[in-house]
Design a protein around this ligand. Structure first.
Ligand code: HEC
Length: 159
């Protein structure tokens, strides 16, 4: 076999083995990458609505989802196994739900996310701002009446 052919075969094998995953450098983000997949494909039956929850499995909380994930061996997670299965009795979402099977890219995202420790939560930029607690009452010197040592009196009155 010529050297060129051998080199070519090596390159093909390396690609087939996933040596060059397309977006390996880009970290998976829960709110942008993972949550939309789960909510679109899984929450109807494994979400917050108890009345429609199947198999007593919640995938809308980390506590629930962790039960079907293996952080040390992401690809062996029950969550992934169910998604990639082609057995209609096992496959998730079930074919009867008339949802499309997940794409390879989605499976890859979920697998990498589990391997990264299945971080749950949203980026701070998407969190609603929280108002810090301000101490209430008349303890502030500007609010205290002059007789109690307030310097400027009540707001709107002259000292
Ligand atoms: C239309 C409803 C429906 C949807 C949508 C759905 N599931 Fe399920 N799921 C079920 C039912 C019903 C079972 C229990 C029967 C079984 O084990 O196959 C189940 C079981 C499972 C189990 C096994 C739980 C266990 O304790 O063994 C996993 C894991 C799972 N689903 C993952 C998913 C994931 C991930 C998605 C989204 C990609 C999904 N499911 C979407 C109905 C659904």
């Amino acid at each position: 076999m010529s050297r060129i052919v051998v080199a070519h075969l090596c390159a093909v094998a390396a690609v087939a083995a996933g040596a060059f995953p397309a977006a390996a450098a880009e970290p998976v983000r829960f709110s942008r990458d993972v949550l939309p997949i789960l909510s679109e494909n899984c929450f109807a039956c494994h979400g917050p609505d108890e009345g429609h929850r199947e198999a007593d499995l919640r995938l809308d909380t980390r506590e629930g989802a962790i039960a079907v994930m293996r952080l040390d061996a992401p690809a062996e997670s029950e969550l992934i196994a169910r998604i990639v299965s082609t057995d209609p009795d096992v496959q998730m979402p079930p074919p009867s739900a008339h949802k499309k099977p997940l794409t390879e890219e989605q499976v890859d995202l979920l697998t990498r996310w589990i391997g990264d420790g299945a971080q749950w939560g949203v980026h701070w930029a998407f969190e609603p701002p929280v108002k810090p607690a301000v101490p209430a009452g008349e303890s502030h010197p500007l609010r205290a009446p002059p007789t109690q040592g307030g310097q400027l009196g009540r707001p709107g009155t002259r000292a």
